[in-house]
Design a protein around this ligand. Structure first.
Ligand SMILES: [Zn+2]
Length: 385
């Protein structure tokens, strides 16, 4: 078990069991305070923020603090941790949660937040940002695509998690309780994972069970990506079935967006910078920074936005080798060829045709494919929402 003590703070780490039991009793040793705070001067106006309490550490107005949320060893698997930075503005404002690295091989988000946090100036900010720098450290360290290397679970299908579950479930639980539950807005950062192609897009949660769709859409548009997809949350079952992090945001009744750029473990600087610019712009839309609209518009050349309402998948019925046509970011018609599925001896099993008109949002790059997996996620174009 990790035990860090830095800057005189009590850095003892107790098992999650204890962490949880003390969360509601105002006594906690649940974190390790890693680096020192950035002690910038604090504005003394009436609008001045109070200290932000994270794991019973007071993060002072106008400062950043790093935390290491320790996830203790479970019955069947190892301990791990979650690196988090809390940035607390000098003035009052909303609490924004940003989560990178739910999938440990999706590097764009992990590199982007690393770069972005270093440039933030809390003395100039209103409100607070809780940033999970790498949500799934064990998957990251083992370069594991989709799933945890120990329990083989997908973190993004494991929310809200379990206090006493497997490692993935314990990570999900810690993020649900300590990050999502404290936030007023959630930004969930992803890419195409290993073996996936992807057209950059921002997903926005709407429909009767989502909160403040107009605000979520404004933040999504501020990313200036060319594609925006609305996910309508119509039933509780949609939110609860194999719950993702973004659906955890919906369940917590906070406006939520999903940001997707990069593919197959890429580290492309333009894509990293696009994510960084989008995060900067989102702070302005949320009023956390005071960047005015004019400057917001100038920060990046406005892209033409395509809107989509919902997605569908295209699962295959046999395992084998998948040879996709290059469809990424293209519109197609029902019946167009999407690629060829072959058996392990080179024989064609099936030519996969588009089941409907649509737009190629993301999919599997091949050749590996298993029965039941989806070769492509198709987005449905709409004129506007
Ligand atoms: Zn992902």
């Amino acid at each position: 078990m990790f035990c860090k003590k830095v800057n005189g703070n009590s850095g003892f780490v107790k098992p999650l069991l204890l962490i949880i039991s003390v969360l509601f009793t105002n006594v906690s040793f649940a974190y390790s305070n890693v680096n020192g705070s950035v002690n910038e001067s604090v504005n003394g106006s009436a609008n001045t923020s109070q200290a932000f309490n994270f794991f019973n550490t007071a993060v002072l107005p106008g400062t950043k603090e790093n935390f290491r949320i320790d996830i203790p060893k479970g019955a069947q698997d190892l301990a791990t941790f979650i690196p988090v930075t809390v940035v607390h503005g000098a003035k009052k404002g909303p609490v924004l949660a940003i989560v990178a690295g739910v999938h440990g091989y999706e590097y764009t988000s992990i590199i982007a937040v690393n770069k972005w946090i270093a440039a933030l100036e809390p003395a100039q900010m209103n409100g607070s940002i809780i940033i999970v720098r790498v949500a799934h450290v064990s998957a990251f360290e083992e370069r594991s695509v989709y799933v945890n290397p120990y329990d083989r679970k997908n973190l993004n299908r494991s929310f809200p998690g379990k206090e006493q579950g497997t490692q993935t479930e314990r990570i999900a639980w810690a993020i649900s309780e300590n990050v999502v539950a404290k936030a007023d807005f959630l930004i969930d950062l992803h890419s195409g994972d290993g073996g996936e192609w992807l057209a950059p897009f921002v997903g926005v949660y709407g429909g009767p069970l989502a909160s403040n769709f107009p605000l979520a859409l404004s933040v999504a548009e501020a990313f200036n990506f060319s594609n925006i997809v609305r996910y309508k949350m119509n039933t509780q079952q949609q939110i609860d079935t194999r719950r993702s992090l973004n659906r955890q945001g919906v369940a917590e009744k906070i406006p939520t967006i999903l940001v997707e750029i990069g593919e197959n473990g890429s580290k492309d600087k333009r894509q990293v910078n696009a994510m960084v610019n989008g995060l900067d712009n989102s702070l302005a839309v949320l009023g956390i920074t005071n960047l005015d609209e004019g400057k917001l518009a100038k920060t990046s050349k406005r892209q033409k936005t395509q809107y989509f309402d919902g997605t569908r998948s295209v699962p295959v019925e046999q395992s084998g080798l998948w040879f996709p046509k290059d469809m990424s970011g293209k519109h197609f018609k029902k019946g167009d060829l999407l690629g060829e599925l072959k058996d392990y001896f080179g024989n064609t099993l099936e030519l996969i045709l588009a089941p409907s008109d649509g737009f190629a949002l993301y999919g599997l790059d091949g050749p590996a494919i298993k029965k039941g997996q989806s070769i492509m996620t198709i987005a449905t174009p709409v004129a506007k929402f």
